[in-house]
Write a new protein. Structure first.
Lengths: 114, 114
């Protein structure tokens, strides 16, 4: 069964550094997402992406965050200047259609900011 | 943000018995509901969904019930198996959500004892 793949599985970075988290969504999916889960807390929506543009973003997704689909397969999340509170599991997801279509998640990237 | 609540952080069930996981939501604009299962070090895996025009959806051992008047959703697993031990999240879509944002509950950890 096709799956969403994320790299790296674990990223350690120093506060203030830039990080790029990478995702390869399922190939025939059209909608792409980033979610995150801080340890012990809920899975939180960050951003959705469709037709090469952001369709919705949460309050968490401030100017320090950006997303890009640089080619036909990759979907990236960039954090420009990491903060300690950015430490979390970051999940990429994709879906075939919009509302009502289940999201398929990758196994996540654990980001640790020191 | 308490729009979606799972009031039981954990549930322990004997193998072969029924597991009932509950979820409450506050916004009547939600109209599509999903359950996800999550194992440690993996992303959420889609289990089953239901739209607001139905009150029950069944898939093998998993049945989801929706009570719109009570704004309550439940997942029944019968019979429960040790491999079902995981964290279960309910998630909801808004019906006017152009960005296809899922809102997750806080999760319930299910332990199925052999």
């Amino acid at each position: 069964e096709p799956e969403v793949t994320q790299t790296p599985s674990h990223q350690v970075t120093q506060m203030g550094q830039e990080v790029i988290l990478r995702c390869v969504p399922i190939s025939n999916h059209l909608y792409f997402y980033w979610y995150r889960q801080i340890l012990g807390q809920k899975v939180e929506f960050l951003v959705s992406f469709y037709n090469n543009e952001i369709s919705e973003k949460s309050e968490i997704f401030d100017d320090q965050f950006s997303v890009e689909r640089p080619d036909g397969s990759n979907f990236t999340l960039k954090i420009r200047s990491t903060k300690l509170e950015d430490s979390a599991m970051y999940f990429c997801a994709s879906s075939v259609r919009g509302v009502g279509s289940p999201l398929h998640f990758g196994n996540g990237t654990r980001l640790t900011v020191t | 943000d308490q729009q979606v609540k799972q009031n039981s952080p954990s549930l322990s069930v004997q193998e072969g018995r029924i597991s009932i996981l509950n979820c409450d939501y506050t916004n009547s604009m939600f109209d599509y509901f999903l359950w996800y299962k999550k194992y440690p070090a993996e992303g959420p895996t889609f289990l089953i969904s239901i739209s607001s025009i139905k009150d029950k959806n069944e898939d093998g051992r998993f049945t989801v019930f929706l009570n719109k008047s009570a704004k309550h959703l439940s997942l029944h697993i019968v019979p429960s198996q040790p491999g079902d031990s995981a964290v279960y999240f309910c998630a909801v879509y808004r019906n006017n959500n152009a960005g296809n944002m899922l809102t997750f509950g806080g999760g319930t950890r299910l332990m199925v004892k052999p």
